[in-house]
Structure formats: C-alpha cells, structure tokens
Write a protein that binds this ligand. Sequence first.
Ligand SMILES: [Zn+2]
Ligand SMILES: [Zn+2]
Length: 368
Amino acid sequence: MARQWTRRQVLAQAGIAAAAIHTLDPHELCCAPGAEAATHEKDLFELKKVGDGVYAAIAATAYKVNSNATVIVTNDGVVVVDSHSKPSAARAVYQQIQAVTKQPIRKIVNTHFHWDHWQGNQVYTSANPGVEVVATERTKENLNRPDAGVGGVPYVAKQLAALPAEIQKLKEDAARATDAQAKSRIESNLRQAEAYFEELKQLKPALPTRTVSATQTLTEGGRQIQLQVLGRGHTDGDLYVFLPKEKIVVTGDALIDWMPFLNDGYPEEWVRTLDSLERLDFAHIIPGHGEVAPKSHLAFFRGYLNDLIEGVKKAASDGATLDDIKAKLPDQLAPKYERGMSKYPLGQFRDRIALNIEMVYKKVVQKA
Ligand SMILES: [Zn+2]
Ligand SMILES: [Zn+2]
C-alpha cells in the first residue's frame, strides 16, 4: 500500500458508514444500522482461524457497520471474500492479512452487491496488480443498476446525495442537545458522517472483472475453492464460497447470525436455496455478519424465514391487515427465535421483524 495507516487513523474512520447512513430511509438500510460512536477501543476486525489457511475477519460488533471477510491463503496468493463498506475498513483487514502472509491478493470475491460487502474492493485492486474481482453475472449487473437496491455504484451516489442533509441534521441536533453525553455522542457521529462523506466522495468503485453464472471450481495454489450458485435468496445474485476439504462455507448475507434483511430478497426461494446449501458437506459457516457458526445454525435461520413466511400467509388468508400482522406475529415467533436472533447489539429480532413482515407481505402475499 502506498501509505501506512496508524491504528488511530484506522480506528478514527471506523463506524463511519453506519453513522452516515443511519438516517436514510430505513427501507434502504441493508445490513448495518446506525452505530454509536464512542466505542473506539477495539480493533475493527478480529482475524480468526477457521481451518488450515482459512481465516474469518469478524467485524467488531462495537462498530456495527462492516461485513465479515474471509481470507483464504493458498500456495500462490490470497483470496479474500467481501471487502466491507469502505476503503478504510478494507485497509484494516488488509494490514492483518499482511501480518499472516506476504503473498499477494489474487482474487476478491463479492458475495452480493450490497454496499457493505464491496465498497472496500479498491484497496485490494490498487495494491495488487492483476487481482481479479469475482462475482455472479447478476451481481455485476446489480452493481450498475440504479434500481437494484442497497448497493452498487448508483447507491453510492444516493448516499452522497443524502449525506449533506444528514450532516446538517446532526449539526442541528448537536446544537440543540442539552445533555452533555448526548451532545458528545451526536458530535462524534457528526465527525464520522463528515469523514465518511469525504471517503465516499473519493471512492473508486472496483467492479467485477470475472463473473460466474453457474457453480464452478477454482484451483488456487493447490487449494480447491468452489463458487456455488444455488439460487435466489438474500439477492438474485448470491454467491457461496465452499471449501470442500476444510468443510467451510462462506455465505454472505444469505445466512447470517442476526436477523435477515429481506428488502432485496426472495423469501420463498431463499428457503429452498438454503435447502440446497444444506446438502453441501460443511461443518463451519462464515456468515456475512456475526460469528462463525456450526452447520446447525442453517436450520435455525431457515426455520425463522419459513415460520415468518407461513405466519404472514396464514394471517393474511384469515383476513388480517399488515398492521394486524405486525402487532401479533412478533410475539408468536419470539419464543422460538427472539433469543437466537438477538445475540449482538444490532440486527436484533425486535428491530427487524416489522420490516421483515412488511417485506414478506409485499413479496409473498401481494406478490408486488
Ligand atoms: Zn451485509
Ligand atoms: Zn446484504
């Protein structure tokens, strides 16, 4: 890399995206709701060994903003799956990768087009000539489509358009705040929003250079890496990275350790796609958000999706309105799912379920 970032600089930029995007239309939020600012003690990512030469860069929950990354070291270079929401976050992971291996980065794989999984791509492409950016054909299309949802180049412009008003509102809120603690939190969010705005203005999107439209196996430096295309789910272009020897699967947001985000998703197909995923022989899941999980987590997550869909369909066929369903279904699903879906400070059961219900109502009942 051209410049070395100090720990302080890296940390200073952490959590920025969350603060900045916090007040966009909540329907446009993807995977990372707003962060509180006063949590700069921890590193952004913790690199955890999941198998021989395979590491999960688990995003620190304190920052509430970045996706996880997966680092696969081969004899001939490194493959990184997902690159977070911004270059400063990708730099933080890249520094940790360089502490593990001096091998160059050969490939970046983007699991899907959402902003928090690809906006850091440029850090790897600029530092590693010849690096390939791999995604599904559909994800590549989505990255350029203005109507694709919460990601892609047009979504960068949307964020940039929204940020000045966001920053102005934070300034007004800071001026109005009477409580010292609240004022300091808002001021910190303001600084982060301003820094994210600057970072986003300079973003040089590094888009896929190689696409796949069906499952294929890469042989990278003696390691077998399967790119699995299993069907629509979290988006219409989800890609799973499966390491058969190490029995590890990297799922992006199609399987995460908190509540799913359905706005760009296909709820009923998602359940069937997870059935296909389950047929692969793996023991460890590196999810898009949250900690590494055992295979059994798939059934829990799919169970939630399935019960959510069935609950909404049944209530609607009994004549319930969307508001009725939002009022009743959360309590019906809570005994089975609230605890397991609320392990982290964000993406919790009660934060997400109303929006989940609304999306299922729209997509499955109304078939909008
Ligand atoms: Zn995500
Ligand atoms: Zn996503």
